[in-house]
Structure formats: structure tokens, C-alpha cells
Design a protein around this ligand. Structure first.
Ligand code: 3PG
Ligand code: MG
Length: 399
């Protein structure tokens, strides 16, 4: 099978100035990086290029400074965190284009690593302005994109430059694309998707795309309440988008036509309020009291979903089943996550998960490492689940 993307295997990096786009949009507190996952993901690409004698010039955005230079959005402290992870020196230049950047790059020896300041300090970055694209392209001989999580943005550093220089997917980008192809591109069937989260309204396109791709669409979280309500069930005080009931009915009807089985909870854990360790009890759906709210799916639903998961070959997961950050409403999410973890580790299932909340839930359940792949992308993962082409990915396709 021909490779749809050029990867580092196809690149000659020795002695070259390699512009490596990474996603270093990591969480920080008082200037310290609190979660290094995104850095760890790109570490092997950085060291591989360096070991092969390329000059590694890291391009990244940080926060949303909208063209303003702000100290809070400087990437300088992140350079130290990258150095910590890869255990090699990482230089820093105060600007991502122009003389300052060019001078710093001019001093690099083969194998050196340099991080350039936040690309979003220029307004033209987000506008994919040709002048910024040109300014960036001048600094490198080749371009490698390892930032899947920023690939839904058609920005100068994620898309524009890819058209100006020979462009390749880095190892993290490659792994992400391979995992996503495995999950929805050409999955082993039966395939199921778990979609949770608060609102149907934010995931309409995603649900619409998935019903044409998966055999089972398992719905959890607040959005399940909207579906239950649409089916005429009382949801009491639960989070529910009542004005989306007709939309939910259309989704159910379309799923039927597409022979996709939509799986909704049959019971629920309810309480009077969302607070840690409040008195909570289990009811069948349809028996939610007026003053109660659904905060997790119930044990019968867990069994039903685990039965389905035992029969499928591929699972893609975005969104938790309940309010997993508040005990005891993590129970269903954790139980199902553990089952998926076992089956995946046993080679019975390929499981790919993504989205900030989902990753946090899988980490809390201690099973993220057992999944086939856990994406560190938020918006990009969602857009991919919606079936959209990601500009940063498209620009890497071998011409
Ligand atoms: C992210 O944090 O999801 C990516 O780095 C993209 O950032 P953005 O949403 O500010 O474009
Ligand atoms: Mg963000």
C-alpha cells in the first residue's frame, strides 16, 4: 500500500535546517509546565532528527495572544521543559521570524535544537498570511509537522509553510494518523463509538458522521438525557437540551436507516445535586424524580455496554459517561474503561480515545496505557471524528 503521507523515512535531514512544527500548548501554573504529555509525544521526533544530524528548529504556538507579544504567552519556560524531557540542551530565540530568528539559526551546529518564540505573536500566523509563511519558510530547508492537535488550524506554521518547503509527517503525527485510520478509516468490524459529553448541540456533526461509519453508537453523558427526553422519558432536573429533542429524533431515525444501533442508557445514577459523595441512588430511565438529576449511567447500562464491547473489534471513544470528576459518578466510566483496557491488552480489541475529558478520565481510571492509542488532541480529534479534512494533515499528502 502506498503511503498517503511522506514521513521522516522519506526525508534527508542531515545538515539541513529542519522546521519542526510541534504542539507545545501545554498547561502551565506559575510558569511551570504541569502536564508534559504533548512534549513527550514529540520527543522521539526531535531526537531522531537531531541524531541524524539535522538542525532542529521548533515552531509552536502558545495560548491565544492574538498577535500581541505578552510575557504570559512566551514559550521561553517551555524550552526548559522540552530540555527536561529529551535530556538535551534546547536553545531559545526571542522571535519566530526575522533577524533574531535567523541569527540564532545561523549559529546552530548539526544536531542542535532551538525553540522559536510563539508563532501567534504575529497576527499573520492565524491568517495564514503569505508574508509570515515566507518569513518562516526562509528559515528552513525542510518542514516536518508533528502537531496533529493543531492540524485543524490552517495557520502559517501548520499549513502555509507545508506548501513552500518539502513537507513530512513527524513520528507523533504519523502514529496519530495510523491510529485514526485503524479506528475509523478502515476499521475491523464490528466497530463502536462511545460519545459522551454535556451537549448534543456541540456534537451534531460528529453524531451525523458516526452513524454512517459505526455499527454501534453508544451515547453517554448529559447528551444521553436529551435523547431520553426526545423518547418521552422524564429526566427530572437533569442537564437536558429540550430544544434539541427534534434533532435527537432525526438522529435516531437516520441511524435506523444507516443500520447503526444507537445505545442509550437503561438506568441511571441520580442525586439531588452534583456534589462529592452526595446521597445517590439508581433508577431505571423513565423513573427519574422531578427534583433528581442524572449524573451517571447505572449498573444495568454498564453490563449492556460491556456486552456490546465484548463483541466488537474496534472502539473509538470521546466523552465520559458521567460526571467522573465527582465521586461516586465516575463508576460507569471507570468500569467500562477498565473493561476496554483488558480487552485491548488481550488483543481482542483496538481502542482509540481522544479529547481532554476522556483522556483525564482514562488516566484517572489508570487504563490509558492499555488503550491502542490515546490522542492528546482536543479540537483536532473532534473535527476528525466529524469526518472533516484537517488542513495541516492535507498539506502533508504526497503530491
Ligand atoms: C490545542 O490546545 O488544542 C491546540 O494546541 C490548538 O490550540 P487552539 O485551540 O488555541 O488553536
Ligand atoms: Mg486549546
Amino acid at each position: 500500500m502506498s503511503k498517503p503521507f511522506r514521513t521522516l523515512d522519506d526525508a534527508e535531514v542531515s545538515g539541513k535546517r529542519v522546521l519542526l512544527r510541534v504542539d507545545l500548548n501545554v498547561p502551565t501554573e506559575n510558569g511551570k509546565v504541569t502536564d508534559k504529555t504533548r512534549i513527550e509525544r514529540v520527543a522521539s521526533t526531535i531526537t531522531e532528527i537531531s541524531d541524524k544530524g539535522g538542525k532542529v528548529i521548533l515552531l509552536a504556538h502558545f495560548g491565544r495572544p492574538k498577535g500581541q507579544r505578552t510575557e504570559a504567552d512566551s514559550l521561553k519556560p517551555v524550552a526548559a521543559a522540552v530540555s527536561d524531557v529529551i535530556k538535551r540542551p534546547v536553545g531559545f530565540a526571542d522571535d519566530c521570524i526575522g533577524e533574531v530568528a535567523a541569527a540564532a539559526i545561523g549559529k546552530m551546529k548539526d544536531g542542535d535544537i532551538l525553540l522559536l518564540e510563539n508563532t501567534r505573536f504575529y497576527k499573520g500566523e492565524e491568517k495564514n498570511d503569505p508574508a509570515i509563511v515566507e518569513g518562516l519558510a526562509k528559515l528552513g530547508d525542510i518542514y516536518v509537522n508533528d502537531a496533529f492537535s493543531a492540524a485543524h488550524r490552517a495557520h502559517a506554521s501548520t499549513e502555509g509553510v507545508a506548501h513552500k518547503l518539502p513537507a513530512y509527517a513527524g513520528r507523533a503525527m504519523q502514529a496519530e494518523l495510523e491510529a485514526l485510520t485503524l479506528a475509523l478509516g478502515a476499521p475491523k468490524r464490528p466497530v463502536a463509538a462511545i460519545v459522551g459529553g454535556a451537549k448534543v448541540s456541540t456534537k451534531l456533526e460528529l453524531l451525523g458522521n458516526l452513524i454512517n461509519k459505526v455499527d454501534y453508537l453508544i451515547i453517554g453523558g448529559g447528551m444521553a438525557n436529551t435523547f431520553l427526553f426526545a423518547q418521552g422519558r422524564h429526566v427530572g432536573n437533569s442537564l437536558c437540551e429540550k430544544d434539541m429533542a427534534d434533532t435527537a429524533k432525526t438522529i435516531l431515525a437516520n441511524a435506523d436507516k444507516a443500520k447503526c444501533r444507537i445505545v442509550l442508557p437503561v438506568d441511571a445514577v441520580v442525586a439531588k445535586e452534583l456534589k462529592a459523595n452526595v446521597p445517590a441512588y439508581v433508577v431505571d430511565v423513565g423513573h427519574v424524580a422531578e427534583d433528581a438529576m442524572i449524573l451517571d449511567i447505572g449498573p444495568k447500562s454498564v453490563v449492556m455496554i460491556e456486552e456490546i464491547i465484548g463483541q466488537i473489534k474496534t472502539l473509538v471513544w470521546n466523552g465520559p459517561f458521567g460526571a467522573f470528576e465527582t465521586p461516586p459518578f465516575e463508576a460507569a466510566t471507570f468500569a467500562i474503561a477498565k473493561t476496554v483496557g483488558f480487552l485491548t491488552r488481550d488483543g481482542k480489541l483496538k481502542a482509540v480515545a481522544g479529547g481532554g475529558d476522556t483522556v483525564a478520565a482514562l488516566n484517572a481510571a489508570g487504563v490509558a496505557g492499555q488503550f491502542t492509542y490515546v490522542s492528546a488532541a482536543g479540537g483536532a480529534f473532534l473535527e476528525w471524528m466529524e469526518g472533516k479534512a484537517l488542513p495541516g494533515v492535507e498539506a502533508l499528502r504526497a503530491k
